[in-house]
Design a protein around this ligand. Structure first.
Ligand code: COA
Length: 260
């Protein structure tokens, strides 16, 4: 197992928890966090015991307070462009073959919100706060904020968040559909792990294909999307887990899925 400096990786049964661990900098995303986060996901990608990943931030104050602004000071246009086109956490999470859940325990700003948006579900504490404050730095979102946020919560709401840089609270984020669930801060971890463990019991290949199909909905028109869905649906019929799921239903027992 790799020796990480800016993140921690814990395995809790079939759920892995990646914690961005720079609490003194409110878990700001520097290039090392991206590198180590991508490495951790690579480690988990081929670990059959892990079926769901949760990403969170260390400490009580922040999930992630954005990209590390001190690195912005050093970048030219081209080095910044290159660093966001390399293997970022955003795109690695987006295409990761297992469900990834953001557990949002505080400030979820800029690149932090973009990282949460790249995840498959977002679960927040009542104290979480969200914004795309790039506009206050004289720049725009670069990690998917204008694209994934718009697809998730709609143009008017995304536009206002990106143009104003204002923070919204957790109930508003929930109302917008940015958060799937909101829990009191002291219950956030237990409730998130409960939801993650429930998903982890499902058939792993079907989870992967579900993620692929749902993500494809925002990249395609309806006809292409429906064709992709039926192809992926048919692919499930080649798995042992489909045979097990159907047999278990007919035999009135709980299925045991193996990811085969
Ligand atoms: N990049 C680099 N460092 C950051 C950071 C970021 N995005 N966000 C916070 N930090 C650092 C602060 O510089 C400070 O470091 P220091 O103690 O060495 O000075 C430390 O984290 C604590 O932050 P601080 O600003 O003192 O906390 P606060 O409670 O007064 O304010 C915020 C909290 C989130 C409102 C404030 O930190 C903030 O606005 N951060 C930047 C948010 C942002 O614009 N993100 C998008 C970047 S594109």
């Amino acid at each position: 197992m790799a020796d990480y400096q800016t993140i921690t990786l814990d395995r809790r049964g079939s759920v892995a928890v990646i914690t961005i661990n720079r609490p003194d900098k409110l878990n700001a995303l520097n290039s090392q966090v991206h590198i180590e986060g991508v490495d951790a996901l690579d480690e988990l990608r081929t670990d059959d015991a892990i079926r769901v990943v949760v990403i969170t931030g260390a400490g009580e104050k922040a999930f992630i307070a954005g990209a590390d602004i001190s690195e912005f000071a050093e970048h030219t246009a081209i080095t910044q462009r290159n660093s966001f086109q390399e293997r970022t956490l955003f795109n690695t999470i987006d295409t990761f073959p297992k469900p990834v859940i953001a557990m949002i325990n505080g400030f979820c700003l800029g690149g932090g919100n973009e990282l949460a948006l790249a995840c498959d579900m977002r679960i927040g504490s009542e104290t979480a706060r969200f914004s795309q404050p790039e506009i206050n730095l004289g720049i725009i979102c670069g990690g998917g904020g204008t694209q994934r946020l718009t697809r998730l919560i709609g143009e008017g709401r995304a536009m206002e968040m990106c143009l104003s840089g204002d923070m919204i609270d957790a109930p508003t984020a929930h109302k917008f559909g940015l958060l799937n669930h909101v829990f009191p801060a002291d219950q956030l971890e237990a409730e998130t792990l409960r939801i993650a463990a429930k998903i982890a019991e499902k058939a792993p290949i079907a989870l992967q294909l579900t993620k692929e199909a749902v993500k494809f909905a925002s990249k395609s028109n309806l006809d292409e999307g429906l064709r992709r869905e039926v192809d992926l649906f048919a692919l499930c019929f080649s798995t042992e887990d489909k045979a097990e799921g159907v047999a278990a239903f007919l035999e009135k027992r709980k299925p045991v899925f193996k990811g085969k």
